[in-house]
Ligand binder design. Structure first.
Ligand code: NAD
Length: 432
């Protein structure tokens, strides 16, 4: 099958590479000329474990190609996957649909045979109907079906998740589209659950899932606050809760708040969709508010630990919104640093993969260290904001010799508290 993918970002690129590995003829389209030029050379434009090797392999086989031209990308496609961004609108924070609408309008003119247009982007309920109208208006003779095909990959595990999806949700009533997508997902039919639903249900499943996960994180964060006051230990509480199979042990890690390019924007979008439909989603509204306040509270806590020190210096470990990715969009670390900068504090940070993206957001407002030890040079407090594996196994003695004051604030609860205290640090973590 010839598969065209519009948008070569965190969703489009791993999906394209994965489909090429399955033997399909994939062409990835993106507006960004420099991105396409780098990808044509086999250079990855975002970090995902295992992605570069698969990209190079499939480029060499001729299974995948890249273009800036919509005409070249769409002509003759059996399936077009729309994987462009749906960021929060800068003012209202509802999902900004300008990229999806532009992609739908641009692709329409090149449809020259029956094509399935599948939306991988996370889009508000009813977007499938809008895309249908846009395409028909631009190309009244086009033969197509619009399907909702939400993406559930986790950044940091995108390649693994492509080949091992928990479920594949396909939102369509069209038998022709069902046949095409059944063929596409044949290799997954045995190990994954493929669920056909109505298009609007599929669009809702994506938001309902992300909002639920955001709520779960917010819930454990609130329980952590309770544990701090009640002299209980959130790690023990989370472990005890997680043993109940109805609750499950995932997403029960307390931290600085949920972030990333999905949960914050998708909870906002859900809030707006509910409002438009005259429904109140009180839990989601509470999570949105609580999660924003949490990052301010963490910044205040950091300041309270160093405000007695003259010209204090803060060392930050971790800038990405979670370990395993280079993505800093809506990262709690970015927001906490922005809060700290209001107090004109001196900050040096280190992240294994996220420094380039962080630098694009923060510029020279902070300093960047070469490694997780030099970041601690003359620091009065070391704050861990991302749960990178490297940080878990750092040599604490080596960190200690660099620091002016021996304070660690571990907002991800990744260090061994007994060991850290034994070495002589003043150590605080979340929910204890
Ligand atoms: P991204 O910003 O990384 O990539 C989007 C790409 O689309 C960019 O490279 C941009 O240049 C390109 N683009 C935009 N308009 C275009 C057009 N008209 N023609 C060609 N290219 C165009 O975004 P992302 O993180 O991959 O997310 C894409 C969608 O998938 C979003 O709706 C997001 O909510 C959803 N999603 C993301 C994840 C994730 O983990 N990042 C997971 C599931 C779903």
């Amino acid at each position: 099958m010839k598969i065209s993918i519009i948008g070569t970002g965190y969703v489009g690129l791993p999906t394209g590479v994965g489909l090429a590995e399955l033997g399909h003829q994939v062409i990835c389209i993106d507006r960004e000329i420099s991105k396409i030029n780098r990808l044509k050379e086999g250079e990855i434009t975002l970090f995902e474990d295992g992605l570069e090797e698969l990209l190079k392999k499939n480029l060499a086989k001729g299974n995948i190609s890249f273009t800036n031209s919509m005409k070249e990308g769409i002509t003759g496609a059996d399936i077009v996957l729309i994987a462009v961004g749906t960021p929060p609108h800068p003012e209202t924070k509802e999902a900004d649909m300008k990229y999806v609408h532009a992609a739908a309008t641009e692709l329409a003119q090149y449809l020259n045979k029956y094509t399935v247009i599948a939306t991988k982007s996370t889009v508000p309920v009813g977007t499938g109907d809008d895309i249908e109208i846009l395409i028909s208006k631009t190309n009244p003779h086009a033969k197509f079906d619009v399907v909702s095909l939400p993406e559930f990959l986790r950044e940091g595990f995108a390649v693994y998740d492509f080949f091992n999806p928990d479920r594949i949700i396909i939102g369509t009533d069209s038998d022709s589209a069902k046949n095409v997508l059944t063929e596409l997902y044949k290799p997954f039919a045995e190990k994954s659950k493929i669920l056909f639903v109505k298009r609007r249900s599929s669009e809702t499943i994506k938001y309902a899932s992300n909002a639920f996960l955001a709520l779960k994180i917010h819930y454990i964060n609130e329980m952590a606050d309770f544990c701090e006051k009640a002299n209980a230990d959130i790690d023990e509480v989370a472990k005890g809760m997680g043993l109940d199979s109805r609750i499950g042990n995932k997403f029960l890690n307390p931290g600085p708040g949920y972030g990333g390019s999905c949960f914050p924007k998708d909870t906002y979008a859900m809030h707006f969709m509910a409002k438009q439909n005259g429904v109140e989603l009180t839990l989601i509204d509470a999570a949105i508010k609580g999660n924003e306040k949490r990052k301010q509270n963490i910044a205040k806590k950091i300041i309270s630990k160093i405000n007695h020190i003259y010209a204090p210096k803060i060392a930050i470990l971790g800038l990405t919104f979670k370990g395993g990715t280079d993505d800093c969009r809506e990262s709690p670390a970015m927001e906490i640093i922005a809060e700290l900068l209001k107090y004109e504090l001196k900050i040096t940070a280190y992240d294994p993969k996220g420094m380039k993206n962080a630098n694009e957001l923060l510029g020279d407002k902070i300093d960047y260290a070469d490694n997780m030890y030099s970041v601690a040079n003359d620091a009065d407090i070391l704050v861990i904001l991302t749960e990178w594996e490297d940080f878990k196994s750092c040599d604490l003695h080596k960190i200690m010799v660099h620091m002016r004051h021996k304070n660690i604030f571990d907002t991800r609860n990744i260090l061994n508290s007994e060991l850290v205290k034994k070495i002589g640090f003043s150590y605080e973590r979340i929910g204890q």
